[in-house]
Design a protein around this ligand. Structure first.
Ligand code: HSE
Length: 337
């Protein structure tokens, strides 16, 4: 366990959820952008709050822990902490370095400084980075008492606050790194998937699409013929990743259920996708609930050519935007003492 009052540094990566056909179940982490956080624990006195959030960015997000996604995730962790300490004390013995000095929940306080470099509402897992970063940081401070699956469960409370629904397709890759499949949420089962070298180009048109809104426009029923196509693509994508079969990955990056509805919220979407594929991208689509769009490519040269197409299209229609050329992040949230 890290000593009281000692700050740790946390780096929480952006994530691309859905991975086109895997709505709410597939996602991957990227190396750029990422959020920076700092965190420490201290003895809590009297009626002091158990979580203090300090925003050091421009976004003016709420600092009330119940209204902040990092706070919501930490509240869930604190709710299970006493039980976990008790369990670890029984299984590992009272003198275990992991458990011996941890104060009960009522005596502990976390301070979290958040510097968001991932713009909220951009569609690349901004809320997931805050929630996941906070619980991975807290767990590190506590001597890694909880498993990664536990941390995903806690962090999903942040997603619930942000979008109204618990989903883990940003949280899981943010915590595990790489590409992840969320086979089930209740009970939670995350499967880490391998992937060949892939370059990721992301464009973030400067409009805001709220995840809650992008979810509320979706149909609740799907046609069987669409479901068949979709699960063929999901299976094809997973196999393509496991066999490093770039062509199969490319063919499987197709979404016949969500994209036709959500893409109307993103100016120039169809044209952009066509131009990127012509430039050599394997495929891509809406990142999370948008408005960002991502494309996967086999080489860095193609990823840069794809970025050029994105710039040209949005410059052409006069829509301010931001692009990233990056790779899949394999580490997930990183902590430095
Ligand atoms: N799977 C979620 C959605 C991700 O598409 O609504 C939100 O970032």
């Amino acid at each position: 366990m890290v000593a009281a009052n000692q700050w740790i540094k946390i780096k929480a990566p952006a994530t691309v959820a859905n991975m086109v056909c895997g709505f709410d179940i597939l996602g991957f982490a990227v190396n750029n952008p990422y959020d920076e956080m700092e965190m420490r624990w201290m003895e809590r006195s009297g009626e002091e709050p158990s979580i203090t959030i300090i925003n050091i960015d421009e976004y003016q997000l709420p600092t009330d822990p119940e209204k902040n996604v990092a706070g919501a995730a930490l509240i869930a962790l604190l709710e299970e902490l006493d039980e976990k300490i008790k369990e670890s004390t029984i299984t590992k013995g009272i003198s275990s370095p992991n458990t011996g000095k941890i104060p009960a929940t009522t005596k502990i306080k976390f301070e979290v400084k958040i510097n968001k470099l991932i713009k909220p509402g951009s569609g690349v897992g901004s809320s997931a980075a805050s929630s996941a970063g906070a619980v991975v940081g807290a767990n590190y401070l506590l001597g890694n008492l909880f498993s990664k699956d536990d941390l995903v469960r806690f962090a999903m409370n942040g997603e619930k606050l942000a979008s109204g629904v618990k989903h883990a397709d940003n949280i899981a890759p943010c915590i595990f790194g790489g590409v992840t499949l969320v086979r089930s949420i209740f009970p939670l089962e995350v499967v880490a998937l391998p992937s060949p070298q892939l370059y990721v180009t992301i464009v973030h048109p400067q409009i805001e699409v709220r995840t809650a809104d992008a979810r509320s426009i979706l149909r609740q029923k799907v046609l069987l013929k669409d479901a068949i196509k979709q699960w063929g693509n999901i299976a094809g994508l997973v196999v393509g990743l496991m066999k490093s079969d770039y062509d199969l990955i490319g063919r499987s990056l197709e979404d016949v259920i969500i994209e036709p509805i959500r893409s109307i919220l993103i100016p120039g979407f169809d044209e952009l996708k066509k131009a990127c594929k012509q430039a050599g991208a394997l495929g891509g689509g809406i990142s999370g609930s948008g408005p960002s769009i991502f494309m996967l490519s086999k080489t860095k040269e193609i990823a840069i050519a794809v970025e050029k197409e994105m710039n040209q299209l949005y410059d052409g229609i006069g829509l301010p935007h931001h692009t990233y050329v990056t790779t899949i992040n394999q580490a997930g949230v990183e902590v430095e003492a």
